[in-house]
Design a protein around this ligand. Sequence first.
Ligand code: SF4
Ligand code: SF4
Length: 110
Amino acid sequence: MDVYVEKAKCTGCEHCKDVCPVAVFEMKDINGPDVNTDSAPADFQWKGVEDPATFAKWKDVQDGHNHYKEKSVAINGSGCILCQACLIECEGECIVITDDSSTVYHSVYK
Ligand code: SF4
Ligand code: SF4
């Protein structure tokens, strides 16, 4: 199992971290050294520029979460049990999971 986050679309909402039963995700400071330490391909690593459409949708939302200060990093992707909880909770629709049969799952916000 492989899990990564498309970083430019990640809002930092922490929903993935909250719902994952096997602690796949950790939140990392957007300016920190380990914000790109999951298996995201180069195009999906954090380069300091937010996805414009996702940012416009979520930047003013006040729901108690720490938007746009941290990014989610799939530090334990190999532990994923494909419960799919994160796939419906991800605001940024930016989680990508590939199972052992090479089937790819993209998050779609509920
Ligand atoms: S699908 Fe995998 S990464 Fe997502 S919440 Fe379930 S175990 Fe965690
Ligand atoms: S649920 Fe999606 S948008 Fe929210 S922190 Fe996790 S990866 Fe980022």
